[in-house]
Write a new protein. Structure first.
Ligand SMILES: [Zn+2]
Length: 80
């Protein structure tokens, strides 16, 4: 099992290294929405979790600054 896999921040490209304390995970999805509608864009974020970090579609973030950047980008794309 390759638990030593190195992740890079999906915003700034920084390598994770050994320090996972300040890292975050984020997912972009949609709410369930009303029947017949597509739902609203939704951003989910959680502290680093080694198991969840392997999930497909998850974004890896090196800290609060990059989490904020990701959210700003997401809001500019998803906002109405
Ligand atoms: Zn970063």
């Amino acid at each position: 099992m390759s638990w030593t896999e190195t992740y890079h921040c999906d915003v700034c490209g920084k390598a994770q290294g050994d320090a996972t304390g300040d890292w975050w995970l984020a997912w972009m999805g949609t709410t369930a929405g009303e029947p017949g509608s597509e739902g609203e864009p939704m951003l989910k974020m959680t502290g680093w979790n080694q198991t969840l970090s392997h999930a497909a579609e998850v974004r890896h973030l090196c800290g609060a600054r990059c989490a904020q950047t990701l959210m700003d980008r997401w809001m500019s794309v998803s906002g109405s």
